[in-house]
Design a protein around this ligand. Structure first.
Ligand SMILES: NC(=O)c1ccc[n+]([C@@H]2O[C@H](COP(=O)([O-])OP(=O)(O)OC[C@H]3O[C@@H](n4cnc5c(N)ncnc54)[C@H](OP(=O)(O)O)[C@@H]3O)[C@@H](O)[C@H]2O)c1
Length: 312
């Protein structure tokens, strides 16, 4: 359905964006643009957004651009991260609207959901029902603000933007630097490195009991493209596996897949965080007639293979 369309993927060289670009290029979209910051495009500046959008005249923009990392990465950078992400999100939306781009797909992290709701499963109707978690407040709010702006552009100008809220991602080309990696990438690095260095134990923080929702990045890219084709509502839509896996089971799956034969030690003096955080996918399945197909064990095998080939 995107056949013959010109598509601009902002952040198209990042972890998620590069998979979106790869999938689009493997299909029949006529032209896919992925501007890079190393070519001096800076979407924090409206004039760079205007220049690129005017030059490429896209039929669709998919915004995967962001400055972010694991929770540690945000510490001491809260103000910069708020401003950079707010500027990028709102500038791209404004420029797209002013240049009459027919559709805009905005990518939102699951941490933009309320951080203190006592619910096992976060559904779209919960999205505006509470504060973002304090550990991630500035990044989460900057992304949330881009949805508010998208809604305002829709109300005032009829501009068509959609806002997809994604679960935690993992897979090939993930970030493995300790300050930028998320929990699963950090685990993959720990077990692969421990096997290589013949370490007797691998430490996992907490009891291993908390449950999380992990989405394979190629499935995420597929869900984004499917949404670009068929979803046209200003209301946020979850893109997630909808499945919960405990930290302990995740660690055992990574251990097996990596071939590590030592012991896992759970350090119960470290905090667990919320006991269960998964995302509801009922709306996703009915709106998209689609759901992710990669099992967590297969996805982890692929992620480890990529890590060991490229970074180990
Ligand atoms: N990673 C996850 O687990 C996860 C989970 C849920 C949602 N998400 C969301 O998915 C999106 C992408 O995340 P990611 O993990 O793929 O991030 P990433 O790998 O860090 O990629 C971010 C991209 O943004 C681009 N960018 C940064 N600053 C820019 C600027 N000033 N101007 C233009 N482009 C700029 C970078 O371009 P260059 O490469 O050219 O520098 C990079 O390609 C984010 O909105 C994130 O919240 C991610």
């Amino acid at each position: 359905m995107l056949s013959g369309k010109k598509i601009l993927v902002a952040g198209g060289n990042g972890f998620l964006g590069s998979h979106v670009v790869e999938l689009l290029r493997s299909g029949d979209s006529s032209q896919v643009f992925a501007p890079r910051t190393q070519d001096l495009f800076d979407f924090r500046k409206i004039e760079d957004c205007d220049y690129f959008i005017n030059k490429s005249k896209p039929d669709l923009i998919i915004n995967c651009a962001a400055v972010q990392g694991g929770i540690g990465y945000h510490s001491g950078k809260q103000a910069d991260l708020f401003w950079d992400n707010l500027a990028m999100g709102t500038n791209l939306l404004k420029s797209a609207c002013m240049h009459s781009v027919p559709k805009f797909v905005n990518i939102i992290p699951g941490c933009a959901y309320p951080g203190y709701l006592e619910k096992d499963e976060l559904n779209e109707e919960d999205f505006w029902s509470g504060d973002v978690h304090d550990s991630i407040f500035s990044y989460g709010f900057s992304k949330k603000a881009s949805i508010v702006y998208g809604k305002a552009l829709y109300k005032q100008y009829g501009f068509n933007s959609i806002h997809l809220v994604l679960a935690n991602l993992y897979g090939p080309k993930d970030h493995y630097q300790p300050d930028q990696s998320k929990a699963l990438a950090a685990m993959i690095k720990k077990f692969s490195d421990a096997k290589k260095n013949k370490q007797p134990t691998v430490e996992i923080w907490g009891t291993g009991k908390p449950v999380r929702d992990w989405l394979y990045v190629v499935d995420a890219a597929e869900g984004i493209i499917r949404s670009a084709e068929v979803y046209n509502s200003i209301d946020p839509l979850n893109i997630a596996s909808g499945l919960g896996i405990t930290v302990g089971d995740l660690a055992r799956t990574v251990k097996t897949a990596s071939g590590y034969t030592g012991k896992i030690v759970f350090n119960i003096s470290k905090p667990d965080g919320a006991m269960k955080k998964t995302f509801g996918i009922k709306k996703m399945k009915s709106e998209l007639s689609w759901e992710p197909k990669t099992s967590i064990s297969q996805g982890i095998k692929d992620a480890i293979a990529w890590y060991e080939k490229n970074l180990s």
